[in-house]
Design a protein around this ligand. Sequence first.
Ligand code: ADP
Length: 249
Amino acid sequence: FRNVNNRVYKLACTGKERRTEMIFIKSIYKSYNNGKTEVLRDVSLSIDDGEFAVILGASGSGKSTLMNVMSGLEKADKGEITVNGSNLNAMTDKQLTEFRKNYVGFVFQQYYLLPHLSVASNIKLGADLAKNNDFDEIIQALGLADKLNKHPSELSGGEQQRVCIARALAKKPRILFLDEPTGALDEKTGREVLDCIMKQKEKLGFTMVMVTHNQNIAETAQKVILMNSGKIVDIRANKTQKTAYEIGW
Ligand code: ADP
């Protein structure tokens, strides 16, 4: 056990590795429309530092809402959400913005690139947020070196998603959150993008949380959190992780 910010962190032992919790959630609830639409009900989970967790479930089961709450995009109605040692539910909106800026990166199904800026400027925006100047390696690793002067509309879907990944990683986030990152891509491009995400995770060692409705993609994760109707119905560890090219699609 270790004490960080007055919270006792459990050290999980996996073989020789000793890991601390990066995300700890206890009994959170979230509803919309003044409580009429209950979306998350008594959700608890933990994700270790450096772990790759997938949140799996059918459309409408509450996956994106759970991701939004654990990444500081939205606040839960009640419950405990401790991420990287900070209690997100006790933060002001300004503190949450600061938290997101300093610690997390996002990749969404819809790329959300700024259309009037070049690839280089889009990526630089991410890097500037964290005052990071050394992102050339990420550009090389994602195969974007010859695309830097292009605008998003001149790129294929897979290339645009690689720019989004580069933008998120240029911040050097502690946690990368991805919501259906391959949802808009065909099989070949989807596998390439997933492979590239997993390789960057291996290399850089950040914690990764990916939302998907695709059971095959869940086989690439270390931990699978299964949701149904706003509740977690199962949390399982994959004994072995498949690569993006070994799974079905
Ligand atoms: P998933 O990611 O699994 O598809 P979501 O978390 O997006 O599920 O949505 C879960 C449920 O919450 C859905 O029924 C959705 O309509 C509802 N919901 C999500 N966001 C809002 C919102 N901002 N206002 C009202 N209802 C919402």
